[in-house]
Design a protein around this ligand. Structure first.
Ligand SMILES: Nc1ncnc2c1ncn2[C@@H]1O[C@H](COP(=O)(O)OP(=O)(O)O)[C@@H](O)[C@H]1O
Ligand SMILES: Cc1cn([C@H]2C[C@H](O)[C@@H](COP(=O)(O)O)O2)c(=O)[nH]c1=O
Ligand SMILES: [Zn+2]
Length: 186
């Protein structure tokens, strides 16, 4: 038996973590054994917790290197859930391949592109290997349409990796991003 890989991607606030945790619930209702991982760099909601922007939380293992995931996998695990995959090293692809060949279903959630509109390599690699891709959209915080595919940085900090939420990023659609870039003002 082999497992399958599902990747949930899109901009910030598009519901990636909500969708990931809804899959955790589905497996748990079916009395399947699940395990959740997050990167240690993301300390927004506490050490060992994955949380949605609405505050729904589940316990998670905090990982600083992709290969550490394998140390937590026992023979009875049915499904593995990994949030914020954009922050993991590229070895995650091999780790995930190893898991699905063992018969474990894997669900990954993460940003497709940074605020610089550059693809995150680890997410891009996982998308290439996925059996199923769920591409989410957020509500554009400029025009109010449910078509935002960009995370736009509203601070002057130009680091590509910069943990945060609404105080740093808003979701925008392409139309509104274009207007902002042309007019050079929010
Ligand atoms: N611009 C937005 N568009 C859609 N949802 C938003 C927006 N801003 C805040 N939210 C809230 O964020 C929730 C999604 O949070 P979450 O699943 O953590 O998203 P993600 O993991 O993609 O950042 C939505 O259910 C909604 O309550
Ligand atoms: C766009 C963008 C985001 N980040 C950070 C900001 C947050 O800590 C996470 C994304 O969280 P979410 O669950 O998808 O809302 O990533 C970043 O470091 N760099 C970026 O370009
Ligand atoms: Zn818009």
């Amino acid at each position: 038996m082999v497992g399958k890989l599902t990747v949930i991607t899109g901009p910030m606030y598009s519901g990636k973590t909500t969708e990931l945790l809804s899959f955790v619930e589905i497996y748990n209702i079916g009395k399947k054994k699940t395990i959740v991982f997050k990167p240690s760099i993301d300390n927004r909601y506490g050490e060992d917790i994955v949380s949605t922007h609405t505050g729904f939380k589940v316990k998670a293992h905090k990982i600083s290197k992709s290969s550490e995931i394998l140390n937590h996998i026992s023979s009875n695990i049915d499904a593995v859930f990994i949030d914020e995959v954009q922050f993991f090293d590229e070895e995650l692809l091999n780790v995930v391949r190893n898991l699905i060949f063992k018969g474990i279903d894997v669900y990954c959630a993460g940003l497709d592109i940074s605020y610089l509109e550059k693809p995150f390599k680890t997410t891009a690699n996982l998308l290439a290997m996925a059996d199923e891709v769920i591409k989410k959209k957020a509500v554009c915080e400029k025009c109010g349409e449910h078509r935002a595919t960009y995370s736009f940085k509203i601070t002057q900090d130009n680091r590509e990796i910069d943990i945060g939420g609404k105080e740093k990023y808003i979701a925008l659609c392409r139309e509104c991003l274009k207007k902002i870039k042309v007019n050079k003002t929010l």
